[in-house]
Design a protein around this ligand. Structure first.
Ligand SMILES: [Zn+2]
Length: 144
């Protein structure tokens, strides 16, 4: 476990450094927010986990050394889920030459797993944390 002062500093960072991605499920049509940690180095966000609830509520947690992602979901409560993401390679990357791939390269777009039905959800827009907080909540979970 991290010393308390370091833990508090990390929580401060994780709460402040992030953007919100709004996703819409292609199967049930529900929309939900996904918190994306933003930091200069991966070190800062390592162990930071974001969970999404069903009423525009987000919980941020720090993964303990012995803790699995499922443990965190239990700790956060059954209504919150860690949103899974898959990244699709572009079609050119799969079928074309490497030169074609370089020309057509675009950052991989994530497909998120719907927190309502488990279907696939597409990113529909991005919001700043401030925009999201106008109608949603972000809570930082205390350590266990
Ligand atoms: Zn869905």
């Amino acid at each position: 476990m991290l010393p308390l002062n370091k833990l508090l500093a990390a929580k401060d960072i994780m709460y402040q450094e992030g953007d919100i991605t709004i996703s819409e499920c292609t199967e049930c049509g529900e929309r939900f927010p996904v918190f994306i940690f933003v930091a200069d180095t991966d070190m800062v966000t390592t162990g930071c986990v974001a969970l999404t609830g069903k009423s525009n509520d987000i919980i941020l947690a720090i993964q303990g050394p012995e803790e699995s992602l499922q443990d965190i979901e239990v700790r956060a409560g059954s209504n919150h889920k860690i949103v899974g993401a898959t990244y699709e390679a572009s079609a050119a990357a799969q079928t074309g030459s490497f030169q074609k791939y370089l020309k057509s390269y675009q950052p991989a777009v994530p497909t998120y797993t719907c927190v309502y039905c488990g279907g696939s959800a597409k990113v529909i827009k991005h919001e700043t944390k401030e925009q999201f907080l106008n109608y949603g909540t972000i809570e930082v979970l205390n350590g266990s």
